[in-house]
Design a protein around this ligand. Structure first.
Ligand SMILES: [Zn+2]
Ligand SMILES: [Zn+2]
Length: 281
């Protein structure tokens, strides 16, 4: 099992691995820059080297990067789309410097242009950045969303329609966020619902596309389309729902990270709870 959390890079990227280890993380997610700003200084190469060294020293076996919340690869606004694509390309370059395999991102929002047009724009954006960046190195990992507003990517079918339009279908994957998937309508709480959900994932996308998971409980009910994370065990998914994930050997080597609202204050306890679910099978 690779369990971890979203870790702050306060004070420098190279501080994150020790912070993650203190919170008992085996893996982690970070923002490689301030997620609410467009511009950032390029990654300092010495700092990147230190990050990689510290990851080894503090036994963080995998780090994934989440992109900035400002980026919308599906925007119908030309200037916004251009800015988003360039910022996304920069995210890829930063991830490569940090030795990171997976860049996780929300596909985007169609902003009223419609689902079809939005999905195509996301795919076009991904094709553009892949061409600029070159093949390999960093994989683009589409996160399933709760489907709030005009957000794209709230079903396996929508994610598949993006992937189908990509020129490079190898360096791409999906991040399964438990809160988003549940809010989007998927039953992952009951044993049978969980089994059906991942059978469907395999039918539509292929299970090999699943590269990472976000473990978050949900403040909203199943199908509510609310993207509101809750601490593990305190939301509508509940402890038993997470047992389905923790006891499933298919995810043994897949990074699973918390993005729960209490952050550092509760991560350790939440990870302990999740690990305890593996033992009492
Ligand atoms: Zn997430
Ligand atoms: Zn979310």
């Amino acid at each position: 099992m690779l369990l971890g959390a979203h870790i702050s890079v306060l004070g420098g990227l190279s501080n994150a691995p020790e912070r993650g280890r203190d919170l008992t993380c085996d893996c982690m997610q970070i923002f490689s820059k301030n997620q609410m700003q467009w511009k950032a200084k390029p990654v300092d190469l010495e700092e990147a080297e230190k990050f990689i060294e510290n990851s080894r020293e503090f036994k963080i076996s995998e780090t994934v990067v989440h992109d900035s919340y400002l980026i919308n690869l599906g925007s119908p606004d030309k200037a916004m789309l251009k800015q988003s694509r360039e910022a996304f390309l920069d995210e890829m370059v930063r991830a490569r410097h940090l030795g990171v395999r997976y860049l996780i991102f929300h596909p985007g929002a169609h902003m009223g242009a419609g689902e079809q047009a939005g999905l195509k724009r996301v795919a076009d954006s991904m094709n553009w950045v892949r061409k600029e960046f070159g093949s390999g190195g960093v994989q683009l990992v589409l996160e399933i969303t709760a489907g709030q507003g005009t957000l794209l990517g709230n079903s396996f079918e929508q994610l598949k329609r993006i992937i189908d339009q990509l020129e490079d279908q190898k360096n791409v994957g999906v991040c399964f966020d438990t809160c988003h998937a549940y809010a989007a309508g998927y039953d992952i709480k009951t044993k049978s619902g969980y089994a059906r959900t991942f059978d469907l994932f395999d039918d539509v996308l292929g299970i090999e596309y699943l590269k990472a998971m976000h473990l978050n409980d949900s403040k909203g009910k199943q199908g509510s389309h609310l993207d509101r994370h809750e601490q593990i065990g305190r939301g509508f998914i509940g402890t038993e729902g997470f047992r389905n994930f923790i006891t499933d050997p298919r995810w043994d080597n897949i990074p699973m990270v918390l993005e729960t609202p209490a952050g550092d204050k509760m991560y350790k306890q939440e990870l302990k709870l999740l690990r305890s679910l593996a033992k009492k099978r």
